[in-house]
Ligand binder design. Structure first.
Ligand code: CP3
Length: 344
């Protein structure tokens, strides 16, 4: 029988590996355009303004907490937040768009590695404000270097990121120099989030699944390891996310982290054995929130069954769609909380 701890929040207990009686739940992109209160703020502020004004970032982080009853908050920012001080111009339309994509050695040389207080001081301020009013643990986050480099090189979102993947083959030395700089900035940025009060960190390697294992081992693994090890020194639990990356799970299992976020393409029962002793997070298909409630309930209960036999944090397999109805999302939280993971 595991030690039952009722003073530590459910989310942090699950990240410590506890087989909790109910699953904690939060949703990727739980703040954002599906919430009318978010759209009201967006009428007044650009996306960057919302990120860079600590009061606004705090308010947006808190919106889903007030409405949904989730067990964790995620800081409202973007994975691109730490990059402008390196000297890149980034807009959102609504995904990231880079004016002058980074593709040459000279461009990489020109990128700055800012001091920690220059990177994103507003993030520390936002975190302190959130911690002052948030009743549930706060997750900080960053993009994994390969995923950040995907946008920096490609210049915008794309279906296959063919330009970026060709760049890794044409200019491996430039790619490594870029990844190295982005890694250093990410370590400073994420450690600052922890110092300000983030209670867990999720590393989003969203586009890892595009690559074969050899490419991922060359261009992602060493940089992810550096970040995860640096965070390990702080003692906060670490969650790693890679989408569409079942083929990489053997390699990913070599990385140091406490939680692995899994998409909907594979059942949690298959993933459990690849990550013994670690916490599984996931893995509802975000489209399930767009369907009828009876079907949604069935999907949620199936996933909760599949998540038994170890620690499980309920989440989506990827970010919330903006067409989701907040009432349906709230219903999903209630279904998760009503499920007894230890019932026979
Ligand atoms: O999850 C949360 O509620 C916290 C906030 C958050 C945002 N972006 C806010 C956001 C988080 C954790 C992110 C991470 C992020 N950003 C990732 C990793 C997660 C993933 O989806 O794999 C990636 C790849 C990005 C890059 C990015 N930023 C994209 C692809 C987009 C467009 C998103 C869309 O919904 O079309 C953005 C913009 C963005 N980031 C928005 C929000 C709320 C929408 C901006 C708007 O309001 O117009």
């Amino acid at each position: 029988m595991t030690n039952v701890d009722t003073t530590t929040p459910l989310f942090l207990r699950a990240l410590r590996g506890e087989d909790t009686p109910t699953a904690p739940v939060w949703f990727m992109r739980q703040a954002g355009r599906y919430l009318p209160e978010y759209m009201t703020l967006k009428e007044k502020h650009s996306f960057w303004e919302m990120c860079r004004q600590p009061e606004v970032a705090c308010e947006v982080t808190m919106q889903p907490i007030r409405r949904l009853g989730v067990d964790a908050a995620i800081l409202f920012q973007d994975i691109m937040t730490p990059l402008p001080p390196m000297g890149v111009n980034i807009d959102f339309a609504p995904g990231p768009v880079i004016d002058d994509p980074i593709r040459t050695a000279a461009q990489v040389d020109a990128l700055r590695i800012p001091e920690v207080d220059e990177i994103a001081p507003f993030v520390g301020d936002a975190i302190r404000l959130i911690r002052g009013e948030c009743p549930v643990p706060l997750i900080g986050f960053g993009g994994a270097p390969l995923t950040l480099a995907t946008y920096l090189v490609e210049g915008s979102g794309s279906k296959e990121y063919a330009m970026f993947r060709a760049f890794l083959r044409r200019e491996p030395a430039v790619a490594h120099a870029l990844l190295d700089k982005v890694t250093e900035v990410s370590i400073r940025y994420l450690k600052a989030q922890v110092a300000a009060g983030a209670q867990a960190i999720q590393l989003f390697d969203s586009w890892a699944g595009l690559h074969d294992e050899a490419t991922w081992r060359t261009f992602a693994m060493p940089y992810n390891r550096r970040i995860l090890e640096a965070l390990g020194e702080t003692g906060v639990p670490r969650i790693y996310l890679a989408v569409g990356a079942l083929h990489l799970f053997g390699a990913i299992a070599e990385l140091p982290f406490e939680g692995i976020s899994v998409d909907w393409r594979q059942p949690l029962t298959h993933v459990r054995s690849a990550f013994p002793g670690r916490t599984l997070q996931g893995n509802l298909d975000p489209v399930a929130l767009l369907g009828p409630r009876e079907v949604l309930r069935g999907d949620i209960e199936r996933i909760l069954h599949e998540g038994r036999g170890g620690a499980h944090i309920f989440n989506l397999g990827h970010g919330m769609f903006r067409w989701a109805d907040p009432e349906t999302v709230k219903y999903a939280v209630e279904v998760v909380h009503g499920f007894d993971r230890h019932a026979r």
